[in-house]
Write a protein that binds this ligand. Structure first.
Ligand code: FES
Length: 144
């Protein structure tokens, strides 16, 4: 077999290699399921039922505590009540318009940013939407 024959034989396998690659890619997609958007929009309360600076407690899809705070005419925040320091429960202080953790005097602003104390990061927050007077929270599933 000379070089020319070897090259012809090699080129004969190119389409076969392409078909194998295509079939392999389809098989890989079949065994690795596509990630889906697992965000859920959940109704919580009518805006008129939540006066400005008032709070309402809820649980997320996994039973974690969160609180809604109406911080303005058309502004509602949804924040985890679990302190990011050692996990104590934080409370909304109306007068100061801050979240307060009584365990080690951690303080967070209305957006959950750390203002004082040892918490290493902001409170976890949830996206909120006010749609025709209804307050919705967006929850992301853990699998997403
Ligand atoms: Fe909240 Fe320490 S647990 S400041």
């Amino acid at each position: 077999m000379d070089r020319r024959d070897a090259l012809k034989n090699l080129l004969a396998f190119v389409p076969l290699g392409g078909a194998f690659a295509g079939i392999s890619a389809m098989g890989f997609r079949f065994i690795t399921p596509k990630k889906r958007d697992m965000t859920r929009r959940i109704f919580t309360i009518h805006l008129e039922e939540l006066p400005i600076n008032a709070t309402k407690k809820f649980k997320d899809l996994y039973g974690r505590d969160l609180v809604l705070v109406r911080t303005g005419e058309h502004e509602v925040k949804a924040m985890s009540t679990v302190c990011t320091h050692l996990g104590c429960t934080v409370y909304w202080e109306k007068d100061r318009e801050e979240f307060y953790c009584p365990c080690h005097a951690g303080r967070f602003d209305k957006d959950g940013k750390v203002l004082a104390g040892p918490p290493p990061r902001p409170l976890d927050s949830y996206d909120v939407e006010i749609d025709e007077g209804n307050v919705f929270i967006y929850f992301k599933d853990k699998e997403a």
